[in-house]
Design a protein around this ligand. Structure first.
Ligand code: HEC
Length: 115
């Protein structure tokens, strides 16, 4: 009887792991690899005609740096002017999905060296 309970628990665990993997995969657009979230369509429309979305997905920046990157492309790479509402939507999306991974860093060790 115990074995059966254990087996059932194991199956439940496997199913939830599989479900988590499937949901994680479904969160990215198959074609571009971009995270599917609010603003995704706008980013796909404005940010993938010139280069692969990989330039976005491989980068992580804060909002200010994303804005600077957009300005740099506008000044030197022929990126068109984005209406303020569109630009905000794009920045919101980038800030949320491609921010620096600070959260996953451990706090610095508080090491005190003996003199
Ligand atoms: C008009 C064309 C064009 C559009 C549209 C465009 N880019 Fe770019 N972008 C470029 C060019 C050209 C480069 C330089 C590519 C290279 O170095 O190979 C670049 C580079 C980048 C880089 C790398 C910057 C670096 O420092 O290496 C990022 C990130 C980026 N683009 C993001 C975006 C985002 C986000 C958007 C949408 C708002 C966008 N791009 C839309 C032309 C464009």
């Amino acid at each position: 009887m115990k074995k059966l309970i254990l087996l059932t628990a194991l199956c439940a665990l496997l199913v939830s792991v599989a479900a988590a993997v499937v949901t994680a995969a479904a969160k990215n657009d198959k074609q571009t690899g971009l995270a599917i979230d609010k603003g995704f369509e706008t980013v796909k429309m404005h940010c993938t005609p010139c280069h692969s979305a990989k330039l976005i997905t491989q980068n992580r920046m804060d909002r200010q740096k994303w804005l600077e990157t957009i300005r740099w492309m506008q000044e030197t790479q022929g990126l068109w002017q984005l209406p303020p509402k569109t630009e905000k939507e794009i920045l919101d999306y980038l800030e949320k999905n491609y921010a620096p991974l600070k959260r996953f860093r451990r706090a610095p060790l508080d090491t005190k060296w003996e003199e």
